[in-house]
Design a protein around this ligand. Structure first.
Ligand code: 2P0
Length: 353
């Protein structure tokens, strides 16, 4: 370690995930432990993903991080938790080609530089913390030769942002809430791989590019404190729904999958309204989309598409195959016609501001 002229780097890429049975509410804010299980689908890596490069060098004087090229503070408890948990599991690293030898005990003295980029506009209001913390934990674990299995890494990513634990796996993923007070059993497991149900097509309709007024973290805190519906939901509704959703995924039963997905999204937004003061994540355009999709589904007698909305107005629409996805796009363009000068590569269907 006498030679200070070396730098070791690792780059990783992690997609974001969309919950079909939602996480909303914590029982422990510091460890980020949820009040119910949740299930999500991880998007393809080429869409909505974070790319993170982590580097270590004896010449670095402090830990630093840049997000989309701008330096951000690592002082927050969430970043510190992830860094601490990964450092405590670090192992020896040898790179003979570069003549680098880092001993396990050296990691406490070495500093890291982290550069993270989202391949989607941050202003679009699409979940970025899930992909961001999952990628941070994964790349740091690779750099420091952490040998933990993916589930254990997910429990570390969870301490950065709850939904991040689900992005450590592809396909369909369940975040098991766990029972332990220290959070050791609150982690993600893969329910089905990427190839299990690869006919599904996910379309994200950007409804507004404005930043949401209430962050997920403070929104769920207010719901836990004031919404009776949330407590009924977490105890009486979600446990049954999780089992039904697991079965629908296992058997690729699209009608059941769609009904459960839409119902759960609607109940999550009902919880937001049941919160005092009420939280409005969806807007008029979101409501119009729900109404169009419900009408279409009812007119066919069986669900054609599933819709789900997170802590914002943007619609995530899931079609069972490319044929239905094409019909869905036609409908969206019919209801929300772009004007002649619209840039279709970043077309926002509702926000005219
Ligand atoms: C989810 N959401 O299951 C739910 C549905 C939003 C609505 O997880 O405080 O950014 O960092 O744990 O993970 C968003 O919450 O919140 C979220 P923290 P997170 O995807």
């Amino acid at each position: 370690m006498a030679n200070k002229n070396w730098i070791l780097m690792v780059t990783a890429q992690t997609p974001t995930n969309i919950a079909v049975i939602k996480y909303w509410g914590k029982r422990d804010e510091t460890l980020i432990l949820p009040i119910n299980d949740s299930i999500s689908v991880t998007l393809d890596p080429e869409h909505l993903c974070t790319t993170t490069t982590v580097a270590v060098s004896p010449s670095f004087e402090s830990d630093k991080m840049w997000l989309n090229g701008k330096e951000i503070s690592l002082a927050g408890g969430r970043y510190q938790s992830c860094l601490r948990e990964i450092r405590s599991r670090a192992n020896d690293v040898e790179d003979e080609e570069k003549g680098i030898s880092i001993k396990k005990q050296d990691w406490d003295k070495l500093h890291v530089h982290i550069a993270s980029f989202n391949n989607f506009p941050t202003a679009a209001g699409l979940a970025s913390s899930a992909a961001g913390f999952a990628c941070l934990v994964y790349s740091l674990a690779k750099l420091m030769n952490v040998k933990e299995e993916q589930g254990k890494l997910s429990a570390i990513a969870r301490q950065g942002s709850g939904s991040a634990c689900r992005s450590l796996f592809g396909g369909f993923v369940k975040w098991i809430m766990g029972n332990e007070a220290n959070g050791s059993d609150s982690m993600a497991v893969q329910l089905a791989s990427e190839t299990h149900w690869d006919d599904l097509v996910i379309i994200i309709a950007v409804v507004s590019s404005r930043q949401k007024e209430t962050s997920s973290t403070s929104g769920m805190r207010e719901s836990v404190d004031t919404s009776p519906l949330l407590h009924y939901r977490s105890k009486e509704v979600v446990p049954k729904r999780i089992l039904q959703m697991e079965e629908a995924i296992k058997t690729r039963d699209f009608p059941s999958f769609a009904k459960l997905t839409c119902t759960d999204s609607n109940q999550f937004h009902a919880v937001c309204l049941d919160t005092s003061p009420p939280i409005f994540y969806m807007n008029d355009t979101s409501h119009r989309i729900i109404s169009y999709m419900e009408k279409w589904n009812r007119s066919q007698g069986t669900p054609q598409v599933a819709y789900t909305f997170d802590a914002g107005p943007n619609a995530v629409l899931i079609a069972p195959n490319r044929k239905v996805a094409t019909l869905l796009l036609q409908r969206l363009l019919f209801y929300f016609p772009p004007s002649a000068d619209t840039d279709l590569s970043s077309f926002v269907i509702g926000d005219k501001s």
